[in-house]
Design a protein around this ligand. Structure first.
Ligand SMILES: Cc1ncc(COP(=O)(O)O)c(C=O)c1O
Ligand SMILES: N[C@@H](CCCC[NH3+])C(=O)O
Length: 437
């Protein structure tokens, strides 16, 4: 039985062992403290305050490299929305990844990072004229079109052979949360494969003299566990390629590879994915007698989620009728995922152990639904002043953070080999006030 199997299936342990796969590489418990990137969490909290999002640079880089190694001939594109930050984009550029952005704002971060335009792809089911103009001005290599209106608009704005990909909805249920299942029919993303809309989009792009059709794209969802869902996407997309009547040189399968959030959850089977997807692609292209397109993938969460740990300070402990509430100095403004997707997290008390009892960790916001983790074991004497650490918070945390209740957003502090530096500084009240007129 593995260590992960011995741990409770929800929540965390208060024992001096770490749940396998949830924490940044090399994270360890030493003298009761939690050491991340070579630095004790208590020190990080004292120096940078709480809440604080800690990001282990080595883990991010290692995961980026793992994708490139598993699929050496594919273009690996970091989904910039999962952790928008110029420094992280720079790491990706250094590791040889491309970048996808979904707005002029994310593109502005990419520009600040000096990310090469020939390795940037622009996404989004809505791109405003400003988004498209910014993409054209920077010379992003490919724009993924998502509506006939956009094809017409981009056709009019572009001047010289802008490469585009077409976002296709392949009609695949990737068995993930409904709010992040983007491959199923009858929703806002993409052109439906089943209805013929995708084929019509191909014709419309080909008709536009200022556009060049570079490839087809699909993104079947996020937190996808099953390689079979991607295999089915390949089958359907190659079928579409064969019926296009024009050479399609790139097939972008999007991202969505799952990350573990709780003890016992498994990491995405990257080796299995690489093997099975390459095989399926070659086989299907043989069957349909089309040249195999170059493969692209767009991982976001699977690169950054488990590189991140959020530190919170306990501010109050309250004994309700049936449960104990442990209230911390953050909440849905730094992590809206439990409220949005019913996401579950492990929680660990830093600095000491003790007989565990189940508690509900809640945030500071004016919503009864501001719950960070339900029924997680913490030492029975958890009290104000304690430090909590929540793993798997590197993806879609900084990205989704808000100023609800005018709470200032936490910093992102990069750690590596015992050195810490903020790569996003803590927001201040001055930052907040700057926008009010
Ligand atoms: C087009 C596209 N590509 C890539 C991603 C990255 O997804 P994930 O972070 O789940 O890998 C997303 C978000 O789901 C997306 O919409
Ligand atoms: N925000 C979602 C992922 C969305 C992926 C982008 N299409 C999450 O945190 O799980």
């Amino acid at each position: 039985m593995t260590l992960a199997e011995l741990l409770p299936s929800t929540g965390c342990s208060t024992e001096p062992v770490l749940e396998e796969g949830l924490w940044p590489d090399g994270t360890r418990v030493a003298g009761g403290d939690l050491v991340i990137g070579g630095l004790p969490a208590t020190q990080l909290a004292a120096r940078f305050g709480t809440p604080c999002q800690v990001l282990d640079e080595r883990t991010v880089r290692a995961r980026a490299t793992a994708f490139r190694t598993a699929l050496p001939r594919a273009e690996v594109v970091f989904a910039g929305k999962s952790l928008p930050c110029p420094e992280v984009y720079r790491w990706m550029a250094q590791e040889g990844l491309s970048l996808d952005v979904s707005s002029a704002g994310e593109l502005a971060l990419a520009k600040a990072a000096g990310f090469p335009a020939q390795r940037i792809i622009m996404h989004g089911n809505v791109k405003t004229a400003e988004d498209l103009k910014a993409a054209l001005a920077y010379g992003v290599s490919r724009i993924v079109v998502d509506s006939l209106d956009e094809i017409a608009q981009l056709g009019a704005l572009a001047t010289r052979g802008q490469e585009v990909m077409i976002r296709v909805t392949p009609g695949i249920d990737a068995r993930t949360h409904a709010k992040i299942a983007t491959g199923v029919e009858d929703q806002k993303f993409g052109f439906s494969l089943a209805s013929g809309a995708a084929l019509e989009a191909v014709l419309r792009v080909v008709e536009q003299p200022s556009l060049t059709l570079a490839g087809l794209h699909c993104h079947i969802g996020s937190q996808v566990r099953h390689v079979a869902s991607y295999e089915e996407a390949v089958r359907r997309m190659v079928g579409l390629i064969a019926s296009c009547g024009t050479r399609i040189s790139q097939l972008d399968l999007g991202g969505g590879f799952c990350a573990p959030y709780l003890a016992g959850e498994r990491d995405f089977d990257l080796a299995g994915f690489a093997h099975r997807i390459t095989g399926t692609l070659n086989y299907e292209c043989g069957v349909h007698r089309v040249p195999p397109p170059r493969l692209l993938i767009e991982p976001g969460r699977s690169i950054v989620a488990n590189a991140g740990v959020t530190l919170y300070r306990v501010c109050a402990v309250k004994h309700g009728l049936t449960r104990t509430f442990v209230a911390v100095d953050g909440g849905m403004s730094d992590n809206p995922r439990p409220a949005l997707y019913g996401a579950k997290y492990a929680v660990r008390l830093v600095g000491r152990g003790g007989r565990p009892k189940p508690v509900t960790v809640v945030g500071r916001h004016c919503e009864a639904g501001d719950v960070l983790a339900e029924d997680v074991p913490l030492p029975h004497d958890v009290h104000a002043g304690d430090l909590l650490a929540v793993p798997a918070t590197g993806a879609y945390h900084h990205a989704l953070a808000s100023n609800y209740n005018q709470v200032c957003r936490p910093p992102v502090v990069a750690v590596k080999d015992g050195v810490a530096r903020p790569i996003v500084r803590r927001e201040t009240e001055e930052d907040l006030l700057r926008r009010y007129v």
